[in-house]
Design a protein around this ligand. Structure first.
Ligand SMILES: *Cc1c(COP(=O)(O)O)cnc(C)c1O
Length: 366
């Protein structure tokens, strides 16, 4: 059990050719293609974290009785690596992801990976796969990083697993919205909740996503892009989307997001927007928001814009809210509103190294 961990590197003999990689990077989509390598670290109750390696990307050997397949003891993170104009590769606030990963681990009774090892795992992968980070260009292309941890012990008894596997895989990502920003419509689900007090809503775990899929189907059936979840007790207070936090923009410059209630995931993007707001002449506010406040504010013109935010899509404008019996539209239907657009550009300029990193939010990976 060494700390910090050192990574063994087993370079694959048959990496994707430069030509094929260039073809993938020209049109990567999202989450479809993966780099040549992955990181894998093993944890056992007896030996702690050990056997840290960078190895060929490929199928994992998993016993059919592996606990994760039965009891969903699994957590993950989502981050991006960005290439700057000088060729260097950076990521955004990885300490925040490391901290959240540790909190998710605690909630799912998984072992905590120290921040130093979490950061080292990203660097180890980027050392060998940095050619997969798209070139700095006019766009917002990046390499999406997906650290995850799951119960790999072969055991059907119900208790925290005594063997756990941590991996990092990476997937080149194009602009989330190809062909310009497309504002989305949201369905207010009364049938499904995402999380409850004391549950796993503030942990980034696969189980939350499994639970959100039926609500996603419900949204689609009503012609909406996604569902917005309300609190599970009163079905009244806005929480978030299946994988993004939400902000409302008021005519008077207030920028309001639901306060972390214990059942909302603390997004790094959410937190960063709150911290940047004052510099953009906005008044950030974290509090409970009644869904009727959104409906009525959009109706009256008090609320001028709304947007969802997260690492994958950065900022996604919302222009329509629908529910059983009604709907309301607000903001432009074909582009981001001025505030959402400004916030999106501010974040991207920072991440892509187009402005000075005065807040020290960037970490160099390669
Ligand atoms: C990951 C995630 C977010 C966004 O978090 P970021 O750190 O900003 O990417 C929001 N809500 C849920 C449920 C998530 O899983």
């Amino acid at each position: 059990m060494a700390n910090p961990l050192t990574f063994t590197v087993n370079q694959r003999p048959d990496p994707v050719s430069d030509e094929d990689r260039a073809a993938i990077l020209a049109k990567p989509g999202f989450g479809k293609f993966f780099t040549d390598h992955m990181v894998q670290i093993t944890w056992t109750k007896d030996d702690g974290w050990h056997d840290a390696k960078v190895t060929a990307y490929g199928p994992l050997q998993l016993d059919p009785s592996a606990a994760v397949l039965h009891y969903a003891q699994e957590i993950f993170e989502g981050m991006k690596a960005y290439r700057h104009a000088d060729g260097s590769v950076w990521t955004f606030r990885p300490e925040a992801n490391a901290g959240r990963f540790a909190r998710s681990a605690a909630r799912l009774a998984l072992p905590q990976l120290p921040e130093v090892d979490f950061l080292a795992s990203l660097k180890a992968l980027l050392q060998v796969d940095q050619a997969w980070v798209p070139d700095a260009g006019a766009g917002e292309e990046s390499l999406y990083l997906r650290p995850f941890m799951f119960a790999s012990e072969a055991f059907l008894g119900v208790r925290p697993a005594a063997k756990v596997t941590y991996c990092v895989i990476a997937s080149p990502a194009g602009a989330y919205f190809s062909g310009g920003l497309k504002p989305i419509s949201l369905w207010i689900s009364k049938q499904f909740s995402r999380a409850g007090i004391g549950g796993t809503g503030s942990a980034k775990c696969g189980g939350n996503y499994a639970a959100s899929l039926a609500a996603q189907t419900e949204a689609s059936e009503h012609g909406c892009d996604q569902s917005v979840f309300l609190d599970s007790i009163e079905q009244k207070w806005i929480e978030e989307l299946g994988g993004m936090n939400i902000f409302l923009v008021y005519k008077d410059g207030r920028l309001v997001t639901p306060a972390l209630s214990g059942s909302i995931l603390e997004g790094v993007t959410r937190k960063s927007i709150l911290e940047l707001a004052k510099g953009l002449d906005l008044q950030p506010e974290e509090r409970r928001i009644d869904i009727d406040e959104w409906r009525q504010g959009a109706e009256s013109g008090e609320i001028t814009e709304a947007f969802a935010c997260g690492t994958a899509a950065v900022v996604t404008p919302v222009h329509r809210l629908l529910w059983d019996g009604g709907e309301v539209s607000f903001g432009p239907s074909d582009d981001a509103g001025p505030v959402a657009g400004r916030i999106r550009q501010t974040l991207l300029d920072l991440q892509l190294g187009k402005v000075d990193d005065e807040l020290g939010w960037l970490t160099r990976l390669a």
